[in-house]
Design a protein around this ligand. Structure first.
Ligand code: 13P
Length: 249
């Protein structure tokens, strides 16, 4: 079975409410042309508004983080059940920015994966190496460890509900993109690690993130194991984001 591509816009901590509405509306208005799955991943505060705009359009909704706790006295946290009840489907877990700036280690990520899956959310699990590791030629070992630590305990059923995002840190927000060859090599490597554990991983989408834009998306998405993109900066303007969606068609 052919894997359907996914193009997800990770808005990160950007946009004010009027801009978020304009962007979501711009994407919604173009949906008739979409040939891949499309997800919008706004800040928590815009989730209800974006859900309202994309309701019943087939556009998917994601969130950028989830609490490790079920519910209760955890000021500032947002739980998996709250997200689910607000119409969220995808959840980013393990983004390098959360690992780096918020100290999320593999123990935390493992808990987030488990709680998200338990409540029916679909994790987009991010992995990827820093520049120094790439320069030392140790990127495969590095990513393998990230996957082993946070994913290898999951069941085959869980694997049916996850997406993996390969996001080399040196490519995030830098304008430096992995070449199509580099991306394909890593995606094939990741799939090769997962399939012997769970054959269903043949169907797992492995998407690419890191300065993905309208100019490079087509070449990246043409790679056999690149099943779409997790797009940061270029997802903040509907024209750019729509061009990336078109490249996945
Ligand atoms: P950029 O597309 O801005 O490089 O960000 C990628 C990313 O981190 C998506 O999660």
């Amino acid at each position: 079975m052919k894997r359907k591509k996914l193009v997800a816009g990770n808005w990160k901590m950007n946009l004010e409410i009027a801009e978020a509405i304009k962007l979501a509306t711009g994407v919604k208005d173009a949906r008739a042309n979409f040939k891949c799955d499309v997800a919008l991943i706004p800040s928590f505060v815009y989730i209800a508004e974006v859900k309202h705009i994309i309701y019943a359009t087939g556009i998917h909704l994601g969130a950028q983080d989830v609490s490790t706790h079920e519910n209760g006295a955890y000021t500032g946290e947002v739980s998996a059940t709250q997200l689910k009840s607000a119409g969220v489907e995808y959840i980013i877990i393990g983004h390098s920015e959360r690992r780096e700036h918020f100290g999320e280690n593999h123990g935390v990520l493992k808990q987030k994966m488990e709680i998200a899956l338990k409540h029916g959310l679909k994790p987009i699990f991010c992995c990827g190496e820093p520049l120094q590791v790439r320069e030392e030629g140790k990127h495969k070992e590095y990513v393998q460890k990230q996957l082993e630590e946070s994913l290898f305990n999951l069941s085959a059923k869980d694997f049916a509900n996850i997406t993996i995002a390969y996001e080399p840190i040196w490519a995030i927000g830098t304008g430096l993109t992995a070449s199509a060859e580099q991306a394909q090599e890593m995606h094939a490597f990741i799939r090769g690690l997962l399939v012997p554990k769970h054959p269903i991983a043949l169907q797992t989408r492995i998407i690419y993130g890191g300065s993905c834009n309208a100019a490079n998306a087509k070449e990246l998405f043409a790679c056999a194991d690149v099943d779409g993109g997790l797009v940061g900066g270029a997802s903040l303007k509907s024209k750019d984001f729509l061009a990336i969606i078109e490249a996945a068609g």
